[in-house]
Design a protein around this ligand. Structure first.
Ligand SMILES: NC(=O)c1ccc[n+]([C@@H]2O[C@H](COP(=O)([O-])OP(=O)(O)OC[C@H]3O[C@@H](n4cnc5c(N)ncnc54)[C@H](OP(=O)(O)O)[C@@H]3O)[C@@H](O)[C@H]2O)c1
Length: 258
């Protein structure tokens, strides 16, 4: 039986846990050759073992998304193993929270480096490879609904994701002539290690998130992975778009939900 991504080769950065892991698993189920990635070879191996046991074989490669040479080596190894890079997901992300008055410039820079510059590096290397292949491709940047909102204590993160949104639009325009589609997914609250950390650190109430969300719940990793599969197929007239699997959060202004 043929599946949606049969014969495609996909790289998912930061796929040792959470949303990236879910996307890697779903792409594998859809028939793609998938490369999982982490800053640690052990964590990449563990994720690969789990996906391989449950869904299908994947290849684990260690690389920090801020390290251009390591990322180029990841691209080269993918091409030597599978012959091409057809789908690339820039998913790796971090958050460092705190009031701006107390935040060091190093902490600001670290978040911008991983979330925004890391996405630029991944897109640049993948896009260059896709253009050389001359068969198009799909680049998917994992942003956040917070890229369009202000919040206290999250200035570097929200700013980095706003940058990812406009990076997505710029690359979509620049690479349209090569049939390289560039889109973003900007999720709302999805239960992962990142959200667990935020809850431990700043103690937000789960009930408040649920109450603020028109659909009345957290989203799931599987729901974000479904958006990624849709964008990976590239059989739509859509580039430079930002999808919001956020349960209606951004559509809700103020007042009663019913
Ligand atoms: N969860 C949410 O509610 C939510 C909402 C909107 C957007 N997002 C976005 O979704 C993406 C995934 O987040 P998540 O919630 O799934 O968090 P997570 O479980 O903490 O996953 C983050 C992933 O990024 C990897 N990573 C971090 N820094 C890296 C680096 N420098 N190089 C390579 N990999 C790196 C981590 O791998 P290692 O630690 O193994 O290196 C891990 O696999 C992020 O971009 C996040 O901003 C999440």
């Amino acid at each position: 039986m043929s599946t949606t991504l049969d014969g495609q080769t996909a790289v998912v950065t930061g796929s040792s846990s959470g949303i990236g892991f879910g996307i890697a698993q779903e792409f594998t189920a859809q028939g793609a050759n998938v490369v999982v990635n982490s800053r640690s070879q052990t964590r990449a191996n563990d994720a690969a073992e789990e996906i391989t046991a449950e869904t299908g074989t994947v290849t684990p490669i260690e690389a920090d998304v801020t390290d251009v040479d390591a990322m180029q080596a990841l691209v080269d190894r993918t091409v030597s193993e599978f012959g091409s890079v057809d789908v690339w997901v820039n998913n790796a992300g971090i958050n460092i929270r705190g009031p701006v008055e107390e935040m060091s410039v190093d902490d600001w820079q670290r978040v911008i480096d991983v979330n925004l510059t890391g996405t630029f590096i991944g897109a640049k290397l993948a896009g260059t490879q896709m253009i050389a292949q001359d068969s198009g491709g799909s680049i998917i940047n994992i942003s956040s609904m917070m890229g369009e909102q202000g919040q206290t204590g999250r200035t570097p993160y929200n700013t980095s994701k706003g940058g990812v949104n406009n990076l997505t639009r710029c690359l979509a325009v620049e690479w349209a002539e090569h049939d390289v589609y560039v889109n973003a997914i900007a999720p709302g609250y999805i239960r992962t290690e990142m959200v667990d950390d935020a809850q431990d650190e700043i103690g937000f109430e789960e009930a408040d998130v649920i109450d603020r969300t028109p659909l009345g719940r957290f989203g799931t990793v599987e729901e974000v992975a479904n958006c990624a599969t849709f964008l990976a197929e590239a059989n739509h007239f859509m580039t430079g778009e930002i999808l919001h699997p956020d349960g209606g959060w951004l559509s809700f202004g103020w007042g009663s939900k019913s």
